[in-house]
Design a protein around this ligand. Sequence first.
Ligand SMILES: [Zn+2]
Length: 504
Amino acid sequence: MHKMNISGDNWLLFRAWYEDLTTKVKWEGNYSRGFKEKQGVRQGGVWSPTAYKVFINSLLKIYEENKIGSYIGSIYCGAPTVADDVTLIANDPYELQTMINIQMDHANKFRYSISEQKSCVLKIGDKSEHSWYINDQKLNTPINATHLGIKRDINSKFGVKEVVPDRIQTARKTVYALMGAGLYGLNGINPKVSVHMIKCFVIPRLLYGLDIIRLTKTDIAKLSVYYIQLLKQIQHLPSRTANSAVLVLTGQLPIESEIHKKMLSLFRNIADNHGSVERSIAQRQLALKTRDSESWFIQIIKLTEMYELPSPIEVLDLVPEKHIWKKLVYNAVNDYWKNILILEARTKVSMKMLNVDNFKVGVVHNIWESSGSELLSVKRACVKAKIISGTYTLQADRAKFNGNRTSSLCPLCFKQSEDLMHFLIKCNSLEGVRRKFIMLLRNLLNDKINALLVDDLFNFEDNLLQLIVDCTKFQFLKQLWTTIERLSSSLCFGLHQKRTSLLL
Ligand SMILES: [Zn+2]
């Protein structure tokens, strides 16, 4: 501890803090008698990892000073260890056994023991038969093992093929646990709230550790599919809904963008950690590796190019302040994906009424923003969400889907093809429901807006349809968006109910 500059009062504090410790076992509400604790660190203490490092460092130093274990170039990285999660890396089976022996000597000297059941050897790219021993017990050689919460396997390209499926499963469990708190289901919670909960509780678990490993295209695809499907679920949208609609309505970007942000922020932290092994490796790999390399640092080069950010070499030379880098990365990544998303949304005919011009990362669309927390108003907004995303099925859609073998004629009035315009504005059979709301809408606008503009909105069918489906297209109505949305979603819901009851 003295070598770590812990002396004087600080040392006394530590001594006092660990003096006369007793432990009791709690079992079914009852406590055992206490017994004295002479070894180990406090469970869950903030200082415990550091205290443990002080203890284990002497062992790690032995490896490094004797140059036993693996190197990347001339940089030693034979024992990447966090607290008690020790990994020993060697390129040679005998060297590994030596490392294990040193570990056992250390254990004997300090009177702790290494469990052969909790230890194993991963043989990566090595077909030879070899066995390793701890306490004369042969170690298992499984096909995968977990270090720092990341499952490494010996067969896949990047050695981490099981991580993403694991994360998705964890995320599923988290969502399931949140359902009690009303994440989704039939309890009609506003998706705005659900998105917030997903951001707080699900995404961190879904993406944990994914910034430090190499992901394949399949991994990314799996994460995207899961994330999009989750966003559909909380908005009660059918699975055929276009991805861009799902994201625009919730103000979210593809999940890949979040991983990239994490990777870029991790890189800055590495660059900032002067004297660390990671920083040395960064310098070496960036200088020596070619573009076709699978190195994580080469991926960082590609990301900085993709987002037009300062190159990794520049960042290493002059490490930007954390908040400055964070802002830079967030803006660049968000803008990049936002543009892609908007372009994609514009090409979809089925969602041409959805206004994407106001898309802001992290801000839900007006239909969710305006619908509040009341059960019925959320239910109304759900019908609207289907209409706006082009997944509300009318007779014209059925006809198109069946190659016109089915008639597109309105099943209520049999006068016209039943498309969105007919359903929302024209169909005579629904006029009774419609008239009341259109009048309310018109009165509302008459009070606040120039009469000529109001005429324009109501006399041209295209304008009226846009006003009802997504009024955010009209910037000059901005202060009325919420009120208009409440009225128009009531209108759509009224029409939907009437239509359904007439078809029964
Ligand atoms: Zn009709």
